[in-house]
Design a binder for this molecule. Sequence first.
Ligand code: ZN
Length: 251
Amino acid sequence: MRILIISDIHSNLEALEACLAAAPAYDRVFNLGDIVGYGANPNEVTVRSRELGTVFVRGNHDKACSGVSSLDGFNPIAGLAALWTRERLKPEHLDFLRELPMGPIEPIEGVQCVHGSPRDEDEYLLIPGDAYQQLMQARAPLTFFGHTHVQCGYLYALGSKSGRQVVPVYSSKKAADNVTLELEEGAAYLINPGSIGQPRDGDPRAAFALYDTEAHAVTFHRVPYDIAAAQEKIFAAGLPERLAIRLEEGR
Ligand code: ZN
């Protein structure tokens, strides 16, 4: 089975459509949350996400935009965008977002999906030290996470010569296009497919991953998209300008 792993679309329809057009053949889609917030097409992106499948975990922006959580902890720009989104989302999409499950979920054996981390859906896993804590306690050999908008992978190796350690196995900073990581048996992994709608790893191209269960491999993808069109919509909507500018910076 080939599974498309997508995360942090953030109402960016141009980026989502470009990724779907560029994606290799797939059987299922796992969505790691933050479908909405920041961008100008929350309804369109929610419709498209619902068409793609039924496996979702909720993100902090899905919660804030649908009123499940307050805007506490949101910076002023994120808060403004969340309020803008809440006012425009159709009732059926608000209901859908409100009912999204909290991670972790285990849609297939041995694979868990979370938005932030397995122990806290709102936690940012940014450095190997953060990953270590999680991998020590991992309930599944393979964890897909989002939230940081940084495409990356960590391996927790057991019984290697140097003992138990966490090794960064993929970093988008060094990446060429479409890098495939073959997963070792008996090791645990934390994999972030990156953000479709608002990458923050210095590469403005949209990001996603494909997990091939038979090949036991994950491929990291980057896809150029019409950033100017997404920016124009943000300006026209009266959303904070910074949300448009950061798209071309990839930060
Ligand atoms: Zn996000």
